[in-house]
Design a protein around this ligand. Structure first.
Ligand SMILES: Cc1cc2nc3c(=O)[nH]c(=O)nc-3n(C[C@H](O)[C@H](O)[C@H](O)COP(=O)(O)OP(=O)(O)OC[C@H]3O[C@@H](n4cnc5c(N)ncnc54)[C@H](O)[C@@H]3O)c2cc1C
Length: 292
């Protein structure tokens, strides 16, 4: 189906995009268009104004500065996957980007569009939550930063006002003694995460001194798994200790107060049972007890 009629505007800068958003309530930003255009074609979204940010300088590209990787909101998944700087500084980002969709999706879809769309099946929200990333947002009264773990409030509901746009995603460079991995059960056609688990472990030999664990796909927003993290911290990582830690994931999902999603792809019960398995896979990969 064709989308309903809309007015097309092109932003020339970040400030211009904010101005156009403020002047056109209900307008939508257009980045890669891979989520927005299908919604418009199905008439599930009918914005009267589209603001194309594709030509805005300063929203695209990756820079590594000290301990931080800064990724412009318009940077495509393919660019992130192929970046030698990203591969060196935080291999998990490159790995997650290369597992998104197919080549067309990776070459058009952007990290900012992905986060703003806030699909529960997004890979980025889960991975960036585990990595402790920060999302910078620009609005009429200036810029603000939101922790990735707080950015998705509910399914398709990002922590963004109508007149704000995402400018940058900032991710810590991994330390030499940190390992990070992501494992997902993906939908066989789209590769969206039915269930995904992301982990970052700080190691002292075989002992884990700190852990960050997030799961997504099965819940409206990613869940940070505090009791799994606690069980891993201070523990020598073995098949048994990892199995014990991941068995606590259900407690974290209950504590988060979110419902597990059940749909035509997978029931809620199936997703809840698979989630610890995916976190276990990620941990085993992280400490080289398993390989992709
Ligand atoms: C077939 C298919 C398979 C996919 N598989 C996966 C997958 O495996 N894993 C995964 O994580 N994702 C997947 N995706 C999603 C895809 O990766 C894109 O990230 C996603 O479509 C949105 O990015 P976009 O740049 O296309 O955004 P758009 O479609 O242009 O925009 C999406 C929404 O974000 C808003 N927006 C865009 N940029 C900004 C910004 N800078 N600030 C604020 N708001 C903004 C728009 O107004 C719109 O509401 C898939 C998509 C398709 C179509």
């Amino acid at each position: 189906m064709y989308p309903a009629n809309f007015e097309y505007l092109k932003a020339s800068s970040i400030a211009d995009a904010v101005r156009l958003l403020s002047e056109n309530p209900g307008a939508k930003l257009l980045a890669g268009g891979h989520s927005l255009i299908p919604l418009m074609r199905f008439r599930l979204a009918r914005p009267e104004v589209l603001i194309d940010i594709g030509g805005v300088d300063g929203l695209r590209g990756v820079t590594v500065s000290g301990d931080t990787i800064n990724i412009g909101a318009l940077t495509t998944h393919a660019t992130i996957a192929a970046s030698a700087d990203v591969q060196r500084a935080n291999g998990l980002l490159a790995e997650a980007a290369s597992g998104i969709g197919d080549p067309a999706v990776r070459n058009r879809g952007t990290i900012g569009g992905n986060l703003a769309h806030a699909d529960p099946a997004s890979d980025w929200a889960t991975v960036l939550t585990a990595l402790g990333a920060t999302i910078s947002v620009q609005g009429p009264s200036g810029s603000r930063s939101v922790a990735a773990g707080d950015f998705i409030e509910d399914a398709f509901a990002p922590a963004l006002a109508e007149d704000e746009l995402i400018t940058t995603v900032s991710v810590p460079v991994l330390a030499a003694n940190q390992r990070a991995e992501y494992a997902k059960m993906s939908h066989p056609a789209s590769f969206y995460a039915v269930v995904g688990g992301a982990v970052v472990v700080t190691m002292d030999g075989n002992r884990c001194t700190a852990a960050s664990v997030a799961v997504g796909g099965l819940t409206p927003r990613p869940v940070k798994a505090a009791s799994v993290e606690q069980a891993l911290s201070g523990t020598t990582l073995t098949m048994d200790s990892i199995a014990d830690a991941t068995s606590r994931l259900g407690d974290d999902i209950s504590a988060a107060g979110v419902d597990v999603i059940g749909d035509v792809f997978a029931s809620a019960d199936f997703r809840a049972r698979i989630a610890p398995v995916e976190v276990k896979h990620a941990l085993l990969h992280a400490i080289d007890l398993a390989h992709h």
